[in-house]
Design a protein around this ligand. Structure first.
Ligand SMILES: [Mn+2]
Length: 348
């Protein structure tokens, strides 16, 4: 297992030299943030990013994410050219020896929260989600006032995307994912790149848009589309965790044993309602995800991929990108590494 840490490139307020001071972190999870969606990620640009990270004594372990163009998710005729570009970006990753690609297949919106700085009793803040607040918003009336999304699309772009998705149901989305994976996974396999889909966050439909990567059955269906170690899962405990119906430990163990989990996001959440939760510190006692059992299961199942502490709280008056401050994620990395060492050494 390699401990990794997400870094948003030169625009990240957290410098790599601070990340390298977290003793257990060996790898970086990053991306090229300014390549327009659908275009090829140039080899030289990825090589520059990789060199920059190597110069700090770290490895570029994971690309998170190369975004999937909406035309691919919508199954539009124009998708083939975007899929070709995607394939080339994957080949470029392979040429540089970057082994893992995290991606997602959520329509229009990526992760969704209703509050980016909910105050917890200890004075720290965390991201939270309340489905009732989401339901109260009619996005047809314009751009929703949602944290993180207000500037992602113009009102016009959003309206036309929503119109396009009006005719796309769950099975259509599966068909379009199928088409994408059949085209891209063989290239990933040839290139030595393991792709891992990130579960939908949260794992249910929002604004009437279909979401399909929501539970254990969906993960099983995903892995069956192409039978390849390059067609895997970025298992995110905090994305699947809000769905109380999922046995996270069982699901994780099952797919790790099949060699289908190249990447794990460790995040803890506290469920506050049927479709409501907030994020917490990483340790088991803070939330509803038993992180100790997650790590023990990874060890038992022979996990050999990358893991990173996912969203953390904002603590110690840190300011920055919600969920991606340095301090709480550094605590998370130490906690995860401590569990991993203890589990591994006590089983020998
Ligand atoms: Mn995640």
């Amino acid at each position: 297992m390699i401990m990794t840490f997400r870094w948003y490139g030169e625009g990240d307020p957290i410098p790599l030299r601070h990340i390298r001071q977290i003793p257990v972190v060996k790898g970086i999870v990053s991306a090229l943030y300014d390549v327009p969606v659908g275009e090829i990620w140039p080899l030289e640009r990825m090589a520059t990013l990789q060199r920059r990270i190597l110069d700090e004594g770290l490895a570029l372990s994971v690309i998170e994410s190369i975004p999937v163009h909406e035309d691919i998710k919508l199954g539009r005729p124009t998708r083939d050219r975007y899929i070709d570009a995607y394939r080339q970006s994957v080949r470029n990753m392979g040429a540089l020896g970057i082994p893992i690609l995290c991606y997602n297949f959520m329509p229009v919106f990526d992760w969704m929260r209703t509050d980016l700085s909910m105050e917890l009793p200890d004075g720290s803040t965390a991201l939270s989600y309340d489905h009732e607040a989401i339901e109260a918003i009619d996005i047809k009336d314009g751009i929703p006032d949602l944290p993180g999304w207000a500037t992602a699309y113009s009102a016009e772009e959003l309206r036309s995307l929503l119109d396009a998705y009006a005719g796309v149901g769950t099975e259509d989305l599966w068909r379009n994912l199928n088409y994408f994976l059949r085209a891209v996974v063989p290239v990933a396999e040839e290139s030595g790149v393991r792709m891992g889909i990130h579960p939908d966050d949260p794992p249910w439909p929002v604004f009437g848009l279909p979401r399909i990567i929501t539970d254990d059955a969906a993960l099983a269906r995903l892995t069956e589309i192409v039978d390849s170690p390059s067609n895997g899962i970025s298992f995110c405990t905090g994305s699947l965790g809000p769905n109380a119906g999922i046995d996270l430990i069982k699901s994780l163990g099952r797919f790790v044993r099949k060699g289908r989990v190249p990447f794990v996001h460790a995040r803890n959440i506290r469920r506050t309602g049927e479709r409501a939760f907030h994020e917490t510190a990483h340790c088991s006692e803070s939330g509803d995800v038993d992180i100790y059992r997650i790590i023990r299961e990874l060890a038992d199942a022979g996990f050999d991929g990358a893991i990173r502490p996912d969203h953390g709280r904002m603590i110690w008056d840190e300011r920055g990108r919600p969920g991606y401050g340095l301090y709480d994620r550094a605590l998370g990395a130490m906690y995860l590494a401590g569990l991993w060492e203890a589990v591994g050494r006590s089983s020998k």
